[in-house]
Design a protein. Structure first.
Length: 67
């Protein structure tokens, strides 16, 4: 029998949800660590490298890829 836990911890950067505070805190540290250098001016999400931010802009905000 599978038990569904209520996921009450939600990341304010990517909206991912967690049932345990420890998992949530680990996620924030690993995925959205202090060294995020690039931020999206459209939605304020942060990225640790330029390529991830460009991919995000293309997929989420319909930006055209540079040629």
């Amino acid at each position: 029998m599978k038990v569904n836990f209520f996921k009450k911890y939600q990341c304010d950067k990517c909206n991912k949800k967690f049932s345990k505070e420890e998992e949530f805190m680990n996620h924030k540290q690993i995925v959205h660590g202090k060294d995020s250098q690039y931020d999206c001016k459209e939605c304020d999400k942060e990225f640790s490298n330029m390529e991830d931010m460009r991919t995000h802009l293309q997929r989420k905000h319909s930006y055209k890829k540079d040629r």
